[in-house]
Design a binder for this molecule. Sequence first.
Ligand SMILES: [Zn+2]
Length: 317
Amino acid sequence: MSFSKNVVRLVNEEYENKRIKNEGLKDSRLIEVYSKIPEIRAIDKELSSTGVNILAVAIGSKDSYNEKLAELRARNQELQEKRNQLLIKNGYSEDYTDLHYDCKVCQDYGVNGGKLCSCYKNRLIEEQFKLSGISNLIKTQSFETFSLDLYENKEEMGELLRFAENYVKDFATIKENVLFAGGTGLGKTHLSTAIAKALIEKCYNVIYETAQNIFFDFDNDRFRDRFSDEEPVSQKYLDCDLLIIDDLGSEAINSFTVSCLYNIINTRLNKNLPIIASTNLSSKEIRAKYHDRITSRLFGEFTIKMFHGNDLRKIKK
Ligand SMILES: [Zn+2]
């Protein structure tokens, strides 16, 4: 399980702000109550001194310790009840001046019993979806919406679907690089998006981006402030658990994009971080378009999955 550092930072800040906000709200509710019901202020003053009194009893004579403690507890309870009654009498709920949490389970700390609270995990996943580049695509393209009925070559598509499902299932142990090849509208994007969505839901840091945009980010980072504390935008393509490169081959090929692609593939291979790339190019076109050092990686290190059939987008129309 891993989330992008930026996502974690963002959500942690959000939780810290939540705690500050709720403390502030509690304080203003208390101020409001004190001004309307001065008696409650006096009660609170006495209640806060109970702790000091208990300590005084503890270090005092041992003989009367239990007796005095019981006395203090009874007084405490009495005050608490009086306080509640006053609140209710004035139209407030008993817990009006308590600290209210957005999430009672983790009290807005994001962790509960050493585990990530589901509220926190869901926020991380939500932000990871935004960062991944598929937040719009997943609405229509997931395993749940993948229908074999739409395809003429059902058997072949069924195998590709099983491959994609197993890819998700075995992701923790098998880090496989995959090249989805075939024409447009054959389901490559749908299956890659489905994989991305399912893995993000399993708390993996998945980035999905077109080849063109990836190279654009690397290009932009060449001119960034070298002394900036912020991580270069392109760093995520090298660090994420799974990088999905859509439409490889649609980018302008030049020495910069070629060295970029080589850097991405090599860096990720060294870190054992897989890539799924999809391309409309045939193997012949790939060889013609890319330098040997790229093609040897693509054909040597990637499992190639071919998509055949007719353009679904045309059939749907
Ligand atoms: Zn929570």
